[in-house]
Design a protein. Structure first.
Length: 414
């Protein structure tokens, strides 16, 4: 037996085979078995013919595993042999050619299962070193008879190594470009979804699908890039969703009280009242006096305070209600689906809750709310109900303010 190193003693192959960076390099080629590449099939066919050997392989060596991107005479895409019994594992450890004239004479390799079975007697292998300097495995030939492989036959294998390295490198580049194109397409779709204001859940589902599709064919570096891209796009989508929600709130909310503004109150109120219900029209009593004597800052504080009471009192009874500010000191509560008794009870509760006192100069102004109630049947327009509720509110003021008033003679059924 001769080897490509001076000492005839073979090293323990396991540390070299299990080296993490080498295994990562193998993974980057994404070859779990037969590559299906005609050039590689031609290489092993030529090796077998030129060396006159029944078996020729291109072998990517993993721990106790041999993967064959191309083979002649094996009939399988991979095999599982312990590293210390693997001819090719020793080529990886040596980083040099290995010749075994008769495996039955070798103190270790004679225990190789194929040698024991009589399928292999002689071996010649050369290291397959990629462009980054990693020993991926070997190119090897086996004979079922003892033989001395010549230097010329070894040269045949070493020349073929160059072709295999070029083919694998090109294949990896094509696969990497295809994967990168897939990631780029995902990023484009995600950003388009954000730009077209698709829901956040839809964007996150798109990214989750991309992870499922791209992860199986990614190497370690690509997986890191995928995670970074998904994290970045998730942050962009989440921030855009928050910004969009903020804009939506701004467009729908009264900036002072946080209640629905007039536009949103009318839009949401129409939908809420479609099946019938009630409307409460609320107007604050003596608010102008507070503004005139105390100033707008004092008036604004009062509006915020009473608007919060109005919201809490209404939503506590009717969670689906729409509560908004019509303008100035006028408010409305649209109560979908409620009956007259419930609406009246709530109206009286509001009249009691919307009472406050404000010190302005040397005077204390007592604030109350005049409330008008109008009922509506299914299909009644919001505008019609609001008009009746408005008139009812003026009726409350005529009765002395701070009370609920209902217009009795209006029929607003559809």
């Amino acid at each position: 037996m001769t080897t490509g190193v001076p000492s005839p003693v073979l090293p323990d192959p396991r540390p070299a085979v299990a080296e993490p960076e080498r295994l990562a390099a193998i993974d980057s080629y994404r070859l779990p078995g037969h590559a299906g590449v005609s050039d590689l099939d031609a290489v092993v066919a030529y090796m077998a013919r030129a060396v006159r050997a029944p078996i020729a392989i291109i072998n990517l060596v993993g721990p106790d595993e041999q993967c064959f991107p191309a083979e002649r005479g094996v009939g399988a895409p991979h095999s599982h042999v312990a590293d210390e019994l693997s001819f090719c594992a020793y080529v990886v450890a040596l980083r040099a050619p290995l010749r075994v004239p008769d495996a039955l004479d070798h103190p270790v390799l004679r225990e190789n299962p194929a040698v024991v079975a009589g399928a292999i007697r002689a071996y010649l292998g050369v290291p397959l070193i990629d462009e980054d300097g990693f020993v991926l495995g070997s190119l090897g030939v086996f004979d079922d008879e003892p033989r001395e492989f010549t230097a010329a036959e070894q040269d045949v294998l070493e020349i073929q190594v160059r072709l295999v390295r070029s083919v694998l490198s090109l294949r990896r580049q094509v696969a990497a470009h295809r994967w990168d194109a897939g990631l780029l397409a995902v990023q484009g779709r995600a950003l388009e979804a954000v730009a077209t204001r698709q829901p956040l859940d839809a964007v996150l589902d798109l990214l989750a699908q991309a992870v499922r599709e791209l992860s199986p064919s990614a190497d370690a570096q690509q997986l890191l890039g995928l995670r970074e891209a998904v994290d970045r796009l998730t942050a962009v989508a989440t921030e855009a969703d928050g910004w969009r929600r903020s804009l939506l709130r701004t467009a729908r909310q009264d900036p002072l009280t946080g209640l629905a503004n007039r536009g949103h109150l009318l839009d949401a109120g129409r939908a809420a009242l479609y099946g019938g219900g009630a409307v409460l029209f609320v107007d604050l009593d003596r608010f102008k006096e507070v503004n005139d004597r105390g100033g707008h800052a004092v008036g604004d504080q009062l509006l915020v305070r009473l608007a919060d009471r109005l919201r809490c009192s209404v939503l506590d009874v009717v969670p689906g209600a729409v509560v908004g500010r019509l303008g100035g000191d006028e408010f409305a509560a649209i109560l979908p689906g409620v009956d007259r008794a419930t609406a009246e009870t709530l109206g009286h509760r509001l009249a009691a809750a919307l009472v406050d006192e404000v010190d302005v100069g040397r005077r204390t102004v007592r604030i109350s709310a005049s409330i008008g109630l109008a009922m509506a049947g299914p299909g009644t327009t919001l505008e019609a109900v609001l008009s009746v509720a408005d008139r009812a509110m003026y009726g409350a003021k005529e009765r002395g303010r701070g009370v609920l008033h209902v217009v009795e003679d209006e029929d607003l059924s559809a």
